[in-house]
Write a protein that binds this ligand. Structure first.
Ligand code: UDP
Length: 346
């Protein structure tokens, strides 16, 4: 099978490429290298079943050319990361909506099975505002804040992607799945765009204070990227999954305070844990959600499994990767430089 992965040089995309290649598939990654990087796929440069095209999902002809001959699409390319969204709202909205339109038009033209990545952000503040709600189920409500609060733009774009994907599925019978990823974390993720786990690990290893935003009692359900890519693969191989939306999350919540303590313990450091007000971290008027816990019933019923890897496993893997990266970038280490030409985009 030939897979097109948009965002294939990104954090999730690179792990999905590894997973699919290990099963004997061909992978063509399409990435504009804005938040993705050649680093994440450097180990695939000589792989005979892997190719990379550097391009933007807003450039439909380039995307169309790359999709030529592919059997399936996994659409991961998006502007992601809370910090990035706050700093570049126009780019976020345009890339996330126009890019998905292009992907779905191409999927429609060739009737390609397609998975569109969405996010648990779409639930917004539902858990704290809707009575009697303990977990977030796909058919449940979503509650966003005002349009003047930029954070919600990301959720809105992804909800639009879902609507569009489901519309192509119901109106034109295009086999489309929408997948809501819950705080996917693991090796290769960068903290550059605000993601909490790589940020904390980087801070601890550098001997800096761990910066917890707000009171740190907000919780998240961290999902190992290896679980997430296994689920993507399983969903795409399950006929009953098409035309539907699924949560992809590990359902045990952890507070950000506990996360900071676990990172400190597991890195063997004694760095201080510092609480930083949201306004200082993200600017005036920022809204965070207190809880975000997935209901995994639908996924389990559909594919017979759900993400299980525990926080300890995630942190072990992230810390090991961050240590290795620090070693590689130490002044004594030889500098390896790779260009996009090193990847065979045949
Ligand atoms: N966070 C934090 N310190 C950081 C980065 C994030 O305390 O350096 C908090 C953030 O405010 C949020 C949680 O950690 O409550 C998860 O943030 P992230 O950006 O990773 O994902 P989100 O769930 O907000 O999309």
């Amino acid at each position: 099978m030939r897979y097109l992965i948009t965002g294939g040089a990104g954090f999730i995309g690179s792990h999905l490429a590894d997973h699919l290649l290990a099963q004997g598939h061909h992978v063509h990654a399409f990435d504009n290298l804005s938040t993705g990087s050649l680093d994440t796929i450097a180990h695939l440069a000589d792989h005979e079943r892997f190719a990379l095209t550097v391009g933007d999902v807003c450039d439909k002809p380039a995307l169309e050319e790359t999709a030529d001959g592919c059997d399936r699409i996994v659409h991961l390319a998006a502007a992601v990361g809370v910090k990035r969204i706050l700093e570049h709202p126009v780019e976020t909205i345009t890339t996330n909506v126009r890019g998905t339109e292009h992907v779905l038009e191409i999927a429609h033209a060739h009737m390609l099975p397609t998975l569109v990545a969405s996010t648990s952000e779409v639930y917004g503040k539902a858990l704290e505002t809707v009575d009697d709600l303990d977990t977030l189920a796909e058919e449940g409500p979503w509650v966003l804040g005002a349009t003047s609060k930029r954070r919600w733009a990301y959720a809105c774009t992804k909800a639009m992607d879902e609507f569009l994907g489901l519309a192509y599925a119901s109106e034109y019978n295009v086999p489309v799945i929408a997948a809501r990823f819950f705080n996917t974390v693991g090796p290769r993720q960068t903290g550059q765009y605000g993601m909490v786990v790589p940020s904390f690990v980087k801070q601890a290893l550098a001997g800096e204070s761990i910066t917890v935003y707000g009171d740190g009692r907000q919780t998240r359900c961290f999902t190992h990227v290896l679980d997430a890519v296994e689920v993507v693969d399983a969903l795409m191989n399950t006929e009953a999954a098409y035309g539907d939306v699924f949560n992809i999350g590990q359902p045990n919540p952890v507070s950000i305070n506990t996360l900071a303590e676990r990172v400190r313990e597991m890195t063997g450091t004694d760095v201080p844990i510092e609480h930083v007000p949201y306004e200082e971290a993200y600017g005036e008027g920022f809204e965070d959600m207190r809880r975000r816990t997935p209901d995994m019933t639908k996924l389990e019923q559909t594919i017979g499994t759900r993400p299980e890897r525990a926080l300890e496993t995630i942190l072990n893997d992230v810390i090991a990767h961050a240590r290795e990266k620090r070693q590689r970038s130490s002044p004594q280490a030889p500098v390896a430089s790779l260009t996009a030409d090193a990847f065979n985009a045949a």
